[in-house]
Design a protein around this ligand. Structure first.
Ligand code: NAD
Length: 248
């Protein structure tokens, strides 16, 4: 892997598959060094090889975001290694669906921990080098569930709504330091996460979504690419909904 200190560094969590993989591939194509974060080393190194085969630069970092302190420590390590952090895409997320009356405390806590607390922890560390460089782009992947709520997702919807509050707060606290902070709220995107919902739900969604199909991970990645680019420099504190018109 060839790196130089003028190459901008973009950290992408949940980069082993789905939306995170597409984001990492797109940012590498845009010229960023893509720092890929997830739990599965083998899958991460497959993504790294694909990026490198396309002429991009990537490194891999195994991290369980559920572990308190782990993500912050990893970001410090990436900064020490590469000397800069320009973009942080908090994409990793999980679900533990169930109706509220039956939802366990453990399932609530775990989802909040991974989807929200780890993002707070990562952003708190990443903003320091970003402030020093007077440039930073934080992009948090939330969900339409975080805007509208969703039966069976008290934990997930709360975590994603919290992410929107965090995104806007970062925009206000760090805008004067050259850091932008935005959220992207996908609707139904074709990944392992939605595959779990099954064919029946997919058919129902495809009947009601104005664009009549699930979105593709690349359609989220292109928006991340724009927000991370110079052209996205005056956008901050926003939530960009990408849902084929589901919630319009
Ligand atoms: P996915 O399940 O296919 O991938 C999730 C990624 O997050 C994986 O790389 C996984 O390893 C990583 N991850 C999960 N828990 C982790 C942990 N504890 N530590 C480290 N990494 C962890 O999901 P996806 O569909 O690609 O979703 C990506 C993001 O988009 C998530 O935040 C999800 O909530 C959000 N989202 C997805 C959809 C959709 O329709 N797919 C819709 C709205 C929002």
């Amino acid at each position: 892997m060839s790196t130089d200190s003028t190459q901008k560094v973009a950290i992408v969590t949940g980069a082993s598959r789905g939306i995170g993989k597409a984001i990492a591939e797109k940012l590498a194509k845009d010229g960023f060094l893509a720092a890929l974060v997830a739990r599965d080393e083998e899958k991460l190194s497959t993504v790294q090889k694909e990026i490198e085969a396309g002429g991009g630069v990537a490194c891999t970092h195994v991290c369980d975001l559920a572990q308190r302190g782990a993500f912050g420590a990893l970001i410090e390590q990436i900064f020490e290694e590469y000397g800069r952090i320009d973009v942080l895409v908090n994409n990793a997320g999980m679900t533990r669906d169930g109706l509220m009356l039956r939802m366990s405390d453990e399932d609530f806590d775990e989802v909040i921990n991974v989807n929200l607390r780890s993002v707070f922890e990562g952003c708190r560390v990443a903003v320091r080098p970003m402030m020093r460089g007077r440039f930073g782009r934080i992009i948090n992947i939330t969900s339409v569930s975080g805007i509208s709520g969703n039966a069976g997702q008290a934990n997930y919807a709360s975590s994603k709504a919290g992410l929107i509050g965090l995104t806007k707060t970062i925009a206000k606290e760090f805008g004067s330091k050259g850091i932008t902070s935005n959220a992207i709220a996908p609707g139904f995107i074709e990944t392992d996460m939605t595959a779990e919902l099954g064919e029946e739900i997919r058919k129902g969604v495809e009947k009601t979504v104005p664009l009549r199909r699930y979105g593709q991970p690349e359609e989220i990645a292109s928006a991340v690419s724009f927000l991370a680019s110079d052209g996205g420099g005056y956008i901050t504190g926003q939530v960009l909904v990408i849902d084929g018109g589901l919630t319009c």
